[in-house]
Ligand binder design. Structure first.
Ligand SMILES: Nc1ncnc2c1ncn2[C@@H]1O[C@H](COP(=O)(O)OP(=O)(O)O)[C@@H](O)[C@H]1O
Ligand SMILES: [Mg+2]
Length: 691
């Protein structure tokens, strides 16, 4: 076409004229002679645009690109026919085909006659402009993703002449993707495909020999991915293997209890806030320190140092803040909190007279200050506490006293070494004894009975302890090398969760994902560059469900959600991308969904889920999603950052052996003797009873 418009050609592709323009949509009146199905008037078959098909409104720079959202017939006045005299007829309303088109972007014609698609419309069409259907060449330019590295082919675009649809893995994984759709709509195949096609394409471009420096960590709740990646490299497989020596090539899944932080510990043991959690935290801290802080005076020094420091930092900005109205009330409330803490500490160290004396003296000074400056008034029947300006002398006195007490104990100490959250290895079998000892010291043994019992139950369960307390020990660095992969790269790790007991499945996923996230954070801090890693989460609604914020309850499920919310928000910076898949989008955490920049939408029938999905995409695309309930399996809408334009994709077919295989029970084949299934309850009963 060498840049000069071929007017005959254009005329042949013209199908109508613009009759109404708004900023996001236009309405088009179709020509009478526009074909209904396939148009041959261009000299080659062009299928007449259907819903979600593309049309062009040519202008000076090229053409505005729109997507058809509605086609219908409206009765209009009989159109004037130029050149013809009026008929001797009464003009009756005339059925006129019309369509509504959402504007998506601009297709620019470059000097050399090729095209380039850009999102955004610079110049709006005007009433009377011609509307045409794109040629195959133009179609390709619209769907083609011009981004650098957009080289992974994931399927074709049936509505745009079956041109290949390509994605850039940096955008797709780096900015999180959600694959949503009903059961059976093709999600798992798409997830497996996106991983496979990315790896395959990267392999053909690999500058080094051997495995790719790639990491896909797949959480597989249904155990359907075990064979899926066998034909590309050597995926690592992890599962619970106790009593079942079937899958030889998979490793026992290990999430040792020393890896859990105190939050995760509290959540799985349902430790109560007031009594049990502080004791549990302390037990963890002591175990992780290998019992080095056995000296109680030392512990008291650590405690008092932190309060001393808190007071000193409070006035580091100058004493003025003691007279600022809001600041001094905040400070007063803090003192009230200190008072409670000191009372608690005095009972804690009641066997050490020296410590009790020092703490008691400080406590009395705190009480004096509170009594002197705390005032209250009544508003709406409620007493409101506030603080008057605290004198500098009183404040300095308190700080000096603390310093004195600290000096008499041997001076300030900064607490160093692992805290209750640091993943330092310890022997799980000692935790109950440690808790018992601490609570005995505090005369609180009656409060921790249940806590100890819950931990013991967990450790006694063979399946659970196989994961949290496996006999062959693993160190932190070994764990990271095994589960995230070392220099050799392992490309895909499949974490089969199907046999993980339901009591700890949320904990297992939360701990693993947190440790992976934090290690990538540390990697980035140390190396200055992120280590690209993708975490794949199937059945995501189980792990990142909407939850009700409840400060007291730390259920493992909401903890798991919170971990993924943090990864969704911050993962990008550290090279950690998320690919989540779910059949119940409306049950997913809104925080995580809103951080996903690409959506691959399969068939969705349910109203609530459709509503939700519509809220995730820009307004003028809402109507495009009306097609969701009728999408055939294996077709999906690709929307968002990874595609230049919302595109209906016919996903590339996976070979039978490369598809995820969910283990749906095969009733029919068993009933009809097509497959064997022996029954041996004796062995099962025997094994059950000796566990
Ligand atoms: N890209 C694909 N290649 C091959 N088969 C597919 C593809 N997508 C879907 N299918 C077929 O559809 C079935 C259901 O797909 P699946 O991915 O398991 O759905 P979902 O995970 O949404 O329940 C698969 O067993 C497979 O036969
Ligand atoms: Mg599935």
């Amino acid at each position: 076409m060498n840049g000069i418009p071929d007017f005959d050609y254009l005329r042949d592709l013209t199908i109508g004229t613009v009759e109404f323009v708004s900023p996001s949509t236009i309405r088009v009146k179709l020509e009478f002679n526009t074909p209904v199905n396939t148009a041959f008037n261009a000299g080659f078959p062009v299928s007449f645009p259907k819903i979600n098909g593309f049309v062009l409104v040519p202008n000076e720079v090229g053409a505005i690109v729109g997507m058809i959202s509605w086609i219908g017939v409206e009765n209009s006045l009989y159109p004037k026919r130029t050149g013809l005299k009026d008929f001797d007829l009464i003009d009756l309303p005339f059925p006129q085909r019309k369509m509504q088109v959402n504007l998506l972007g601009t297709l620019k014609t470059k000097r050399d006659g090729t095209f380039e698609f850009e999102r955004g419309v610079y110049q709006f069409p005007s009433v009377g402009d011609a509307v045409s259907i794109p040629t195959n060449e133009e179609m390709e330019a619209i769907v083609e993703n011009r981004e650098r590295n957009a080289n992974v082919v994931i399927g074709t675009a049936p509505i745009a002449g079956n041109v290949p649809v390509k994605i850039n893995p940096d955008t797709l994984f780096g900015r999180h993707i959600a694959v949503l759709g009903n059961t059976g709509s093709g999600k798992s195949c798409s997830v497996a495909g996106l991983v496979r096609w990315s790896i395959e394409t990267a392999k053909t471009n690999n500058k080094k020999s051997g495995a790719l420096n790639a990491r896909f960590i797949v959480f597989d709740p249904n155990g359907e991915y075990s064979k899926t990646f066998d034909s590309i490299g050597k995926p690592r497989k992890f599962r619970v293997n106790i009593g079942e020596d079937l899958i030889k090539e998979s490793t026992q899944l290990q999430v040792p209890a020393w890896m859990w932080n105190s939050y995760e510990w509290s959540s799985i043991t349902q430790a109560s806030g007031k009594m049990q959690r502080p004791i549990l935290r302390r037990a963890l801290r002591e175990l992780r320190n290998g019992g080095t802080i056995s000296n109680d005076i030392f512990k008291a020094r650590i405690d008092l140092t932190s309060y001393h420091l808190a007071l000193k930092t409070h006035v580091a900005r100058g004493y003025d803040i003691l007279s600022d109205k809001n600041e001094r009330t905040a400070f007063g409330k803090r003192l009230v909190m200190f008072k409670g803490d000191f009372e608690h500490m005095i009972t804690l160290y009641n066997h050490l007279s020296e410590v009790v004396a020092g703490l008691g003296k400080t406590l009395r000074m705190i009480e004096d200050i509170i009594n002197k400056y705390s005032k209250s008034f009544v508003r709406d029947g409620e007493a409101i506490q506030y603080f008057e300006s605290i004198s500098r002398a009183d404040f300095d006195n308190l700080v000096a006293n603390m310093q004195e007490v600290l000096d008499s104990w041997g001076g300030e100490v900064e607490y160093e070494g692992p805290n209750e959250d640091t993943p330092v290895e310890f022997d799980l079998n000692q935790i109950t004894a440690q808790i018992a000892q601490i609570s005995k010291e505090q005369n609180a043994i009656q409060y921790v009975d249940y806590l100890i019992m819950r931990i013991q139950t967990m450790m006694a369960d063979i399946k659970m302890s196989s994961i949290i307390n496996y006999k062959s020990e693993i160190t932190l660095s070994e764990w990271l090398e095994t589960y995230i992969g070392d220099d050799q790269g392992s490309e895909v790790m499949i974490i089969d969760l199907s046999l993980v007991p339901s009591e700890i499945i949320h904990l297992v996923v939360a701990v693993m994902s947190r440790i992976i996230f934090e290690s990538l954070q540390r990697y980035r801090r140390k190396n200055g560059k992120p280590l690209p890693t993708v975490m794949v989460l199937e059945e995501a609604h189980h792990f990142i469900s909407r939850y009700v914020q409840n400060t007291e309850e730390l259920s493992p499920a909401s903890m798991c959600t919170q971990t993924f919310e943090r990864i969704a928000r911050e993962g990008r910076k550290f090279g950690l991308g998320l690919m989540i898949s779910s059949q119940r989008p409306s049950e997913l955490s809104p925080t995580v969904l809103s951080q996903c920049n690409t959506f691959l939408l399969h068939r969705i029938v349910n109203d609530r889920d459709q509503e939700l999905v519509k809220r995730l995409v820009p307004d003028n695309l809402g109507e495009m999603l009306n097609e969701l309930p009728v999408l055939p399996t294996g077709k999906a809408l690709l929307i968002g950052a990874a595609s230049s334009i919302p595109t209906l994709v016919e996903m590339t077919q996976l070979k039978e052996e490369d598809r995820p295989h969910s283990s749906d029970p095969d009733f029919w084949d068993v009933w009809t003797g097509n497959v064997e299934r022996e029954v041996d309850w004796k062995t099962i009963a025997r094994e059950w009873q000796v566990e």
